[in-house]
Every structure is written in structure tokens, then in C-alpha cells.
Write a protein that binds this ligand. Structure first.
Ligand SMILES: C[S@@+](CC[C@H](N)C(=O)[O-])C[C@H]1O[C@@H](n2cnc3c(N)ncnc32)[C@H](O)[C@@H]1O
Length: 381
């Protein structure tokens, strides 16, 4: 497709109209922001896997129909674990505007974003609030430099910083809103401390891969945060830190294992997001890896598998729900427990789950009410 320099406005407006029609954009100010920010300036090259799993990249200036679309664009790969995996992306605009709408941002608000990435979302915020009220941090200094250049070429100058967002950005606090575009295993106490009275946080609380969802927290009078999980599930890449160590998880054996029984829990459990989240609260190791095992002849999946760093593993046959386990940790027991609890509680959706973050940073997940019968403290918070 051939495009001219001014074509993008037509595509950007088209994207804003589409998201308004679908109900993701409600306020005219966010429609104007999406229509007025050139996403292709922030994402100049995008990476995509072909059907063999190989990463390919494409120039966005050649495909504005794919840039001004409701899709996440991977913008950086990291091969430190021996294979390329996404380390930054431009989040799907549909999810971005849903989050911005959920945050109920008004004129004059000061907003801190954790996870600058391309700078596109910082540009939407700057369009809405003005540069002086937008602050955005990313742990990757190169991304921050590039985002700064692209923001300024599009006419925006929010405050950017290359720091670990776990600590927020205390020098410019207080903020009316904090939005995180990377997931956290627990909401840091520092964020609560940097919110103005009446402030709110929106973040993906993710205890392990796929085990969590967006949670919308409001600052309480005593400085604690409290709120509920979003009805619709969403997922962001995990927050990382400078000294993160990668954990290796042994492969699941194809042997008979030691213990065997039949389960009534959903298989695979990660397709039932609330059960999978509860299983984490019930003691599944954070580093648990999951997958499916393929029949060597037919290449069709025949079992779901879980594996832990201590070598324990679980394999659950998809056809008859037979669980086979080996190693010192039962990885299926937390799933069984989570499924029992979920069934007895009439199969709650995300909206019945909430989170309290006290002033010391202790994160407590609860079902139905903060002081109700079911509460779980997130280990290490
Ligand atoms: C999904 S991307 C952000 C997308 C971005 N908001 C945009 O509009 O393009 C997630 C970002 O979080 C950043 N990140 C990861 N760990 C972080 C940390 N500890 N502090 C701040 N940013 C972090 C990553 O470098 C990555 O750029």
C-alpha cells in the first residue's frame, strides 16, 4: 500500500470512530486524542511471529491500516533467555482507551504512567491533559530516549524518567492517577504513598503467567488502597527489575510418574482465569510453567502439563482427566483446592474479587467483601 504524509489522520480518525462505535471510547476527549496522535511515529517497526514461530518485522509507514488498528504491536525483542521474546510493545489501543476511560481522568489531573514503552500512551495522556501533567517511567533507558524523541517530534513533552517504576516517581508526586502498562506480582506501597487524596491506580496484578487481571484501586482516607478487579480480563507483560534472575524449570517427563488420580477441575486450568488465579493464591509456585503435550505421531495435544523449578511435574490427560504427578510438590493440589472453592462460591467472576493494599504494602485479595470469609495475603507483599 502506498501512503502519503497526511494519510495517517484519516486512519487515526477511523480508529477513534471504530472504538467509539464499539463503546470502548465514551468521552470526546479520548476520541480527539486517538484521532490526533500519530501511532506510526511511536511504532516505526513492529515484530510479528509467522506460523513457524519465526519473528519477522515490518515497517509501519508502509502499512498504516495495520498500525491504526485494534492490535498490540511488539516493538522490542530480548534474547537473554536464549530465544527472542517481546520486551516492549505498543498495547492494543482498544485496551488502552478502556483503561483511560476506567480511570475517569478529568482536566487538571496529574497522571503517572509506569511503562513508557513507545510513548504512545504518554502522547494520548499529553493530548488530553497537557505535557505538564503527564509523567511516565520505563526501566529501559534506550526506550525512554527513543520515546522522548518521538514524543517531541509529535509535539508532546511530558516528563519522562528511566527508573524502576516499582518505586514510582516520588519527586513529582502526588498524582491523581497511576496507570501501569506492565503487570506487578503485588501493588507496591510506594504507589499508594504517591497518590493524592481521591487518587486511583489501575494495574494488572499478575501472580504468575496468566494468573491475574486489571485491578482498579482507590485511595482510602488512611492511605491504603482498595478496589475490585475489572470484569473483562486483560494481560500485560510482567514488570522486570535490574537484578532479576531467570529460573530454569525442567521439562515434564513422559514417564508414568508416581501418583495418579482423576480430577474434576477444569483442564487446562489456565483457560479458567479465576480458578487459575485462585490456584496461585492456594500455593502454586510462581515460576510454574504450563503447556500442552503433543502426541508424537499425530502432533495433536493429549495432555496439559505443569512443571516447577524443583523438578515436580503434573500431567493431566485431556480425554479422561487423569492426573499423573511426580516430585515433592503436588502442583495439582492447589488447582483442586481453587476449583472446589470457586464451585462452592457459585463460580465467581472477576468482579467478585477485590484487593486491599495496606500502608505497609501488604496485598490482600478478597472474595465479595474486604472483611469477608475468604481473604488471602499475597506472599512477599
Ligand atoms: C506493554 S509495554 C508499555 C506500552 C506503552 N505504555 C506504550 O504506550 O507503548 C510495557 C513496558 O513496561 C516496561 N517495564 C518493565 N518493567 C518495568 C519497571 N520495573 N519499571 C518501569 N517500566 C517497566 C517495559 O520496558 C515496557 O516498555
Amino acid at each position: 500500500m502506498t501512503t502519503t504524509a497526511s494519510d495517517w489522520t484519516k486512519y487515526a480518525r477511523g480508529l477513534a470512530d471504530l472504538m467509539q462505535e464499539r463503546g470502548d471510547i465514551v468521552s470526546p476527549a479520548w476520541h480527539a486524542a486517538v484521532a490526533g496522535v500519530p501511532r506510526h511515529t511511536f511504532v516505526q517497526r513492529a515484530y510479528e511471529q509467522d506460523n513457524t514461530g519465526q519473528w519477522m518485522n515490518w515497517e509501519t509507514s508502509e502499512h498504516w491500516d495495520r498500525v491504526y488498528a485494534t492490535r498490540t504491536l511488539v516493538t522490542a525483542l530480548d534474547s537473554r533467555r536464549g530465544y527472542p521474546e517481546p520486551s516492549s510493545s505498543s498495547t492494543n489501543p482498544e485496551l488502552m482507551v478502556r483503561m483511560l476511560e476506567m480511570l475517569d481522568i478529568h482536566d487538571g489531573y496529574r497522571v503517572l504512567e509506569i511503562g513508557t514503552g513507545t510513548g504512545y500512551n504518554a502522547a494520548l495522556l499529553s493530548h488530553r491533559l497537557g505535557d505538564a501533567r503527564v509523567f511516565s517511567v520505563d526501566i529501559d533507558p534506550e526506550l525512554v530516549t527513543l520515546a522522548g524523541q518521538r514524543l517531541s517530534s509529535a509535539g508532546f513533552r511530558p516528563t519522562l524518567a528511566a527508573v524502576d517504576g516499582q518505586a514510582g516517581l516520588p519527586e513529582h508526586a502526588p498524582y491523581d492517577r497511576i496507570i501501569s502498562t506492565c503487570s506487578v506480582p503485588a501493588v507496591p506501597a510506594s504507589w499508594a504513598g504517591q497518590l493524592a487524596s481521591g487518587g486511583a491506580v489501575l494495574v494488572d496484578l499478575k501472580l504468575a503467567i496468566s494468573a491475574g487481571n486489571l485491578v482498579h484501586l482507590h485511595r482510602q482516607d488512611d492511605g491504603a488502597l482498595e478496589g475490585r478487579f475489572a470484569t473483562r480480563w486483560a494481560s500485560f507483560m510482567a514488570m522486570r527489575h535490574e537484578n532479576d534472575e531467570s529460573v530454569s524449570v525442567p521439562r515434564v517427563e513422559e514417564t508414568d510418574g508416581g501418583r495418579s488420580y482423576t480430577t474434576a477441575a477444569p483442564v487446562p486450568p489456565w483457560n479458567s482465569p479465576v480458578v487459575w488465579f485462585l490456584a496461585q493464591l492456594g500455593g502454586l509456585p510462581r515460576e510454574v510453567e504450563f503447556g500442552v503435550l503433543l502426541d508424537p505421531e499425530t502432533r495433536q495435544p493429549y495432555a496439559a502439563s505443569l512443571a516447577a523449578p524443583d523438578g515436580s511435574w503434573t500431567r493431566v490427560n485431556l480425554a479422561d482427566q487423569t492426573v499423573t504427578e511426580a516430585g515433592s510438590t503436588s502442583l495439582w493440589e492447589p488447582v483442586e483446592w481453587a476449583n472446589r472453592l470457586w464451585t462452592e462460591a457459585s463460580q465467581p467472576g472477576w468482579e467478585r474479587l477485590g484487593l486491599t493494599v495496606d500502608t505497609h504494602g501488604e496485598n490482600t485479595v478478597w472474595l465479595d467483601e474486604p472483611d469477608g470469609e475468604h481473604r488471602w495475603t499475597i506472599a512477599g507483599s
